[in-house]
Every structure is written in C-alpha cells, then in structure tokens.
Design a protein. Structure first.
Length: 474
C-alpha cells in the first residue's frame, strides 16, 4: 500500500463529513448574522430612546434592552428601570408616537417597568415634550424605522377583555349602560381583592396617612352622612350606589330609609345579597335605574359619590335637574366627584392640537372608563346652580385620593396571582397602570376630587346650622 493511502478515507465516507462541516459553517454564519443584526438593532434602539427620552446621563431612570445591555441614568435618581423586551418593541411603542401607544406597549409586555411605576408614568410627558422638536422627532423616526417590523401582537385573553359596545350617541341611556357595565362588571371577585371590606370604590377619608383603608372608607361614609345631616326617618337616595356600602351605613347608623341606584348588574346583585345578609332589607334597597328615570319618588337627602364622571359635560344640566326634581324642598344633595383642573385653564390652538395628536387620556377612554368625562369645576357649579341648587360647602379631598390609590395598588399587587387568574395579565396591567397614573395625576394637581354640598332652599331656608361645628364634634 502506498504510504499516502494510509491517510485516505474509505470510499463513500468522504462526502458526509465535508457536508457536515459545511452545515456547521452555515450555522455559524447564521449565528454571526443574527448577532450582527441584533447589535445593529441595539444601536438603533439606543439612539431612538435617546431621541425620545434624552441622553442616558440626563434620564432619571435606567433602560435595559433585550440582550441585557443597560444604559444607566442619572446617579442617585433612578427609581425605575424601563425594560425593552425585544428588538421590535420600540416600533409598537412609538409608531405612531402617542400616549396611547406607550400605554399599549406596556399592556402587551413590549416594555416593562421594574421599580416605581408611578415615577414611570411620567415618561409619556417627557416623550411628548421632546418630540415637539422636529430634530428629535426625525431622529427617533429614522432609528425606529430601522428596527425589525412588529409581528402579531401578543395573544390576549379575549374572555377577560370584553369590548364595550358603543352603539348610539355618547351618553344616551343604552350607551351609558354599556360603558358602566364594561368597567364595573369586570367581576365582583376582582374588585373584592383590593377594595376594603365594604367594597367602597371612591376616595377614602384619612385621619392620618397611616389610617387603614377599612377605617378610612368608614370615615368617608360617615363624613357624607354627617354633611347631609341624616336623621332617622329621612328618605335617602344614593345615585351610583356601587355595592351598597353607603346606603347600608346610612340605614344602619342613621336610621334612614335608603334607595341606591346603579346601572351595573354585578353591583346590584352583590349589594342585594349584602343588604339581606345584614338584615336591612326593610330599610334599604338597590335598583338598576338610570338617574334620568327617577320619577315620582321624593327624597329628603341625596348623595352621588363617584358618579358625575360618567355623566358627560353636556349632560350636567340634565343630571342636576333630575336630582333637583327628586329632592324635596329644603333637602340637601352631596355631590362627590372628580374634576379636571387642566380643563379649567384655557388652551391655545396649538396645545389643543398637540393633545389630540398625542391622544392624551385615550388610554383611560379606551380601556378603563369608556365615555368617561372629567368636567372642570366651574361647569359643575354652573350646572348645579342653573338647576336651582345653592352651593353651601366645598371640600377638596385630593390628597386623600392619592393615599387611597396607593393602598388600592398595593393591595392589587399583593393579590397579583389571583387577580391575573381572574382577569388575565393584560387587564391586570390595565388596572395597575390606570390607578397608578391616577395617583400621579392627583398628586401633581392635574385633577381634583371635591365634595360639594348643595341645598334646595325652601322659602330661602337651607335647613343648615350656622357653623360646621356639628361636623367636627365627636
């Protein structure tokens, strides 16, 4: 045998090892190509983030990308980390650039927040301010368009995310029913996870920041009753009664005959169960009824807590007129509702256009409170006095709502696994973002919550004491 034949592979075996080598090389080239693409996408993502949120050193937060790369923000001022989950995330988040797109990217998990979500809700305002600059906007677009196209949105739990039916004109009866049920019929068990024991879904009243949520909500119920000067035998109406906490408290503690009305089937069903279990059915009832359909029955005292936000600016005169007709002469009406401070301030044409293009508040409108409307306070007072009411007292509970929302969010997060099982990840994130964003809006003074005591004078008499001493007397 020739010496060289000793190193020659057997016939028929040479081709296979060579083919395998070629496959390995192709795999290596594929990996190299993917890594190169990822590195290129990372560069464009970092440049896009810098254009939209400012250079890393100027940002009060960190940014972590899909490959683990972290851009550190200002030292000592990083309460949260913005997490970019995948190369296509910024396309979802910034095309088209709007507050709604940023919120939806969070809902879908394209971006996440580690740390203080309340601090993170300001990133939309930062982006809106920077994108007013044509240069920043052009740079952001240049780099975002070089990122991979977004594929199909992540799968959603359709059963946990019903679509609101917007049939008919805004704030007509059928459409209002659909909007209210979209929000409140998420499920009694879901709300029970993070509300207080009485299931009060409105601003609590805190004696101190350390007051428990249960005690603060009881204090709020009692504050409403005391402001109305409820007395045994009074006929009391609660417009938008929720799960019946106020009518039950008023009947049990003040001896009134109480009616609560709601448009939510889920709320009404549970409220009736609770009333029966408490043995209050002879003095307390809940009906599914629109405020516009109050007819015939008269009441000595009326409360509306967290209801006016559903009425709509144009319907305020109709709302107050309906309550006026239902209230006996000399009666009192306590209206507790959120108002927009921003809407009280005149906007330039450019500011109005920017708000529309940026889809300001579209997240709340689309995913939380369809057709919700926060009126300016002057519109509330104007409509109330236009209907014949006299304004007797106004109290802001803005700081109390910040404390309330903080407790709600903490309780929601503490029950996170159960909440996700009930409504799905996306709707869990929706409620977390909505309540956290609302806490920031109250804390910054963009919105307020006001308790307004109104009277229906009888011959000029409001049937109120000369001072507030009775409200503070223990």
């Amino acid at each position: 045998m020739h010496r060289s034949d000793q190193h020659r592979a057997p016939a028929g075996l040479t081709a296979r090892p060579l083919a395998l080598l070629d496959d390995d090389h192709r795999v290596d080239r594929s990996i190299d190509s993917a890594e190169a693409a990822s590195r290129g996408w990372l560069g464009h993502a970092r440049s896009a983030v810098a254009a939209v949120f400012g250079p890393a050193a100027s940002r009060p937060f960190d940014v972590r990308y899909w490959d683990g790369t972290v851009d550190r923000g200002r030292r000592g001022q990083r309460p949260f980390t913005l997490v970019i989950a995948r190369p296509e995330s910024l396309r979802r988040m910034l095309l088209p650039p709007s507050e709604l797109s940023i919120a939806e990217a969070y809902l879908d998990g394209d971006v996440d927040v580690e740390g203080e979500l309340e601090s993170a809700v300001t990133v939309g305002d930062v982006a809106a301010a920077r994108l007013r600059s044509p240069r920043s906007a052009a740079l952001a677009l240049l780099h975002v368009l070089r990122l991979p196209r977004a594929g199909r949105a992540p799968a959603r739990n359709a059963s946990a995310e019903p679509v609101v039916q917007r049939a008919g004109r805004e704030h007509r009866r059928a459409r209002d029913r659909a909007a209210v049920r979209y929000h409140y019929d998420v499920g009694n068990e879901f709300y029970r996870l993070w509300l207080d024991a009485r299931m009060v879904y409105s601003c609590a009243y805190f004696r101190t920041p350390d007051t428990t949520l249960d005690d603060a909500q009881l204090a709020k119920l009692d504050l409403v009753c005391r402001k109305l000067r409820l007395r045994p035998g009074d006929r009391f109406l609660d417009v938008g009664c929720g799960w019946g906490a106020l009518v039950m408290h008023a009947a049990r503690q003040y001896g009134v005959s109480a009616l609560g009305i709601t448009l939510s089937n889920a709320q009404a069903a549970l409220a009736r169960e609770r009333i029966a279990a408490a043995g209050l059915s002879d003095r307390c009832r809940v009906e599914i009824l629109d405020y516009r359909d109050l007819d015939g029955e008269r009441f000595d005292k009326v409360a509306s807590v967290g209801m006016i936000e559903h009425v709509g600016l144009r319907n305020l005169p109709l709302y107050f007129t309906a309550v006026w007709k239902a209230l006996a002469p000399g009666g009192l009406f306590l209206n507790h509702g959120i108002v927009s401070v921003d809407r009280s301030r005149p906007l330039t044409w450019r500011q109005r256009m920017e708000r529309r293009l940026w889809k300001r508040d579209a997240f709340i409108e689309r995913y939380v409170f369809p057709d919700g409307d926060l009126p300016p306070f002057q519109a509330v007072i104007g409509a109330a006095e236009g209907a014949g009411f006299e304004t007797r007292d106004v109290e802001s509970l803005r700081e109390h709502y910040v404390l309330t929302l903080h407790q709600w969010v903490a309780r929601l997060l503490a029950s996170g696994d159960r909440a996700r099982a009930l409504v799905g990840e996306r709707r869990f994130r929706t409620w977390q973002l909505y309540m956290t964003g609302s806490a920031h809006a109250f804390a910054s003074g963009a919105i307020n919550v006001l308790q307004t005591l109104l009277s229906k004078p009888e011959g000029g008499r409001a049937n109120l004491p000369l001072t507030r001493d009775d409200l503070t007397r223990v």
